[in-house]
Design a binder for this molecule. Structure first.
Ligand code: PLP
Length: 409
């Protein structure tokens, strides 16, 4: 039979067992605990002889159904849903490393991820080495025997840079280190991480997946491509469990003990969001491309950054990896910070709020908000300017967006 398409696969993800009422939406099992008929059954579940839900911090049927939808849509080996994108990133880094290890990444990252590396993990002896990830050769020189991973964002937020993912994957494989991609800005309806050699994909499902900004959540998507037999923390268990060892280690050593589980209700909301993911990204990314092209022609606009623009230095690599409409986030520069503020204050359709890929278009001045905890020198190193505005394009009618931005300019 022909392989089903992206949205059909999502909508018809099978249930683990028949629902007694024939419910077409997988029910919300909003229960902390699950009952067993006998003490022997309890023992069998706790010792892992049978797979049963026991306690919702560890597994929950609604969360597991959401994970199975993501697995079907990505072709992943295993998927773990968590309480936020940051929970996934921090738990993953803790799982794969120990004091003395380092991770190679870029300073051009989401502000809280940089803060995680610098302020949260550094005191535990984990360091980040910063490179220009758009230049894979410069990355090679930084890898040493303590390096465990290369971590990058597919399109950096908010600099909108694009790395050559196949080049980073080749480098990671050659050195037996993990390639971890934060694909928040290019979710699976846009980018197939598996086809580009990413070992582990992390994404904030708060964004495109939840759609109407209904729930905070995160996903860890493991493609089963990494050789865990050569990795210090997993090489012993690999002999017995094969590539399942990563999920076992992650769940038992970090996920369960740190407790950042996704609530069943949020799993339900995100599961509904998934069903319309491809429709919404088609609309918002088309509008983003048209708006970027329109903004380039406006006199008050000094610069537009969007990898789908032919003027972007990343146009060709972006097209190869994400197609003609790479994302719905773009940035543009006005003359000064004061001009940015005046413009933003006049908007009537576009909302002044943080978050990305809400159904509503959102605007923010990253320099004075998301990155406000950094000094001017640090912000310069992060490629930020005080003349830049970030726009996350929603699914409104494009004419209304253009009219609103036009009157505010
Ligand atoms: N990664 C990127 C690229 C983001 O933009 C964000 C949030 O904006 C996150 C991770 C963190 O996601 P969450 O807010 O779900 O923790």
């Amino acid at each position: 039979m022909k392989k089903r398409g992206f949205t059909t696969t999502l909508l018809h993800t099978p249930y683990p067992m028949k629902d007694p009422h024939g419910s077409l939406n997988f029910p919300v099992y909003d229960s902390v605990s699950f009952e067993f008929d006998t003490s022997e059954d309890l023992e069998a579940a706790f010792s892992g002889q049978v797979q049963r839900h026991q306690y919702s911090r560890i597994t929950n049927p609604t969360v597991e159904y959401f994970e199975s939808k993501v697995q079907g849509m990505t072709g992943a080996f295993s998927v773990t849903a968590m309480s936020s994108g940051m929970a996934v990133i921090s738990n993953l880094i803790m799982a794969i490393s120990k004091s003395g290890n380092n991770i190679i990444t870029s300073r051009h990252l989401f502000g809280n991820t940089i803060s995680l590396f610098e302020k949260t993990l550094k005191p535990f002896g984990l360091s980040a080495k910063y490179a220009d990830l758009t230049d894979a050769e410069s990355v090679a020189g930084l890898i040493d025997s303590d390096t465990v991973a290369i971590f990058f964002e597919t399109i950096t937020n908010p600099q909108l840079e694009v790395a050559n993912i196949r080049a980073l994957s080749d480098l990671a494989k050659k050195n037996n280190i993990l390639l971890i991609a934060d694909t928040t800005v290019t979710p699976p309806s846009i980018f197939s991480a598996k086809d580009f050699g990413v070992d582990i994909e992390v994404l904030s499902s708060t964004k495109y997946i939840s759609g109407g900004a209904t729930a905070v959540g995160g996903l860890l998507v493991d493609y089963g491509t990494f050789d865990w037999s050569r990795f210090e923390k997993t090489k012993k268990g690999f002999k017995e469990h094969g590539k399942l060892i990563f999920k076992m280690m992650f769940k038992k050593q970090v996920y369960r003990n740190m407790g950042a589980c996704l609530s069943p209700h949020n799993a339900y909301l995100q599961s509904l969001g998934l069903d319309t993911l491809a429709l919404r990204t088609e609309r918002s990314t088309s509008s983003a491309l048209e708006l970027a092209q329109w903004l380039e022609k406006q006199e008050a606009v000094k610069r537009v950054d969007f990898p789908g623009l032919k003027s972007s230095p990343y146009y060709s690599i972006s097209k190869d990896q994400f197609g003609e409409k790479p994302c719905s986030m773009l940035t543009f520069d006005l003359e000064s910070k004061a001009a940015c503020y005046a413009f933003m204050n006049k908007l009537q359709v576009v909302r002044r709020a943080t978050n990305l890929q809400d159904n509503k278009s959102l605007i923010i001045h990253p320099y004075s908000t998301i990155f406000s905890e950094y000094t001017e020198g640090q912000k310069l190193e992060m490629g930020l300017r005080e003349t830049t505005i970030r726009l996350s394009v929603g699914i409104e009618d494009l004419d209304d967006l253009i009219e609103d931005i036009s009157q505010a300019l």
